[in-house]
Design a protein around this ligand. Structure first.
Ligand code: FBP
Length: 263
């Protein structure tokens, strides 16, 4: 495992990863129609220059075109795989760019989704193995795993035991950080964090909720020993992304409560 304490994915061992790969994962109509300005990745890169953001996760085409103008101000987490909503088969996420190409573009870390429980699990583990070994051996580059158990046999992908299994899988197959869905309570998150031993765990933002609900779940994650957050919609779908990033900075890096930040 590559320690993330001083890496560009984290600040003081904590992370606020801004994610914007939704145009691929969900399509423009699902996530951008309420905020059409953000269809231009430039807007998200601007948001990512906020002090609270430790890195920005994007796909290859967006990184290639927009990252060069921001490489002094934004740390790049190259999200290597990703799939569209148009795919109707068992969950599988193909690799869209290589570790080498991400390194060439100046990536600080790579991100990879693994759908444990899918009928394609074995293939995804093999894909992940190649990425993880190349990133570690050749570039000393951390690998953040979007650890999302998913597939025909899985009825509830946020239950406590499933999320704990997700963080443990990430540890065992060599991730340096796991990004998982919020299991619904601080206690459940505590178990997920514990199951990952020394590997940091961050919460996935999910669909947009109220300021209070969102910040309370982030507070619970931090109280549970989590390392922070990887978030998309709950930041850039808001009218004022800066304001929520100011609040997140307090909760993640300054131990503030949701109530305190909203006072
Ligand atoms: P959100 O905070 O908007 O949920 O983004 C996190 C993320 O992992 C994105 O990187 C990705 O596009 C999306 O969620 C995938 O969500 P799902 O697979 O649940 O549809």
């Amino acid at each position: 495992m590559i320690p993330l304490t001083d890496s560009q994915v984290t600040r003081d061992g904590k992370a606020l990863i801004l994610a914007m790969d939704h145009g691929l994962e969900h399509g423009p109509s699902a996530d951008f129609s309420s905020v059409p300005d953000t269809l231009n990745p430039e807007k998200i890169f601007e948001t990512a220059t906020h002090d609270a953001v430790t890195c920005l996760a994007v796909q290859k085409g967006v990184a290639e075109t927009y990252y060069p103008s921001y490489d002094d101000d934004v740390n790049l987490l190259a999200k290597l795989n990703g799939t569209s909503n148009l795919w109707m088969g068992e969950p599988y996420s193909p690799k869209n760019w290589t570790v080498d190409y991400a390194a060439e573009l100046g990536a600080d870390a790579v991100g990879y989704t693994v759908y444990s429980g899918s009928n394609h699990e074995t293939k995804m583990y093999e894909d992940f193995r190649d990425v993880q070994e190349r990133a570690h051996r050749e570039y000393d580059m951390p690998v953040v795993m979007w650890s999302y158990p998913r597939g025909q046999g899985l009825k509830n992908d946020t239950k406590e035991s499933t999320i704990a299994y997700a963080t443990r899988i990430a540890l065992e197959i060599g991730a340096d950080m796991a990004k998982v869905k919020y299991p619904g309570s601080r206690e459940s998150m505590e178990w997920a964090v514990k199951s990952a031993a020394d590997m940091p765990v961050v919460m996935s933002g999910g669909s947009k909720t109220s300021d209070y609900d969102f910040l309370s779940s982030v507070e619970a994650v931090m109280d549970a020993g989590g390392a922070g957050l990887a978030v998309g919609r709950n930041v850039w779908q808001r009218d004022d992304p800066e304001a929520i990033l100011d609040a997140l900075e307090k909760v993640i890096f300054e131990d503030a409560t949701a109530d305190e930040t909203l006072e």
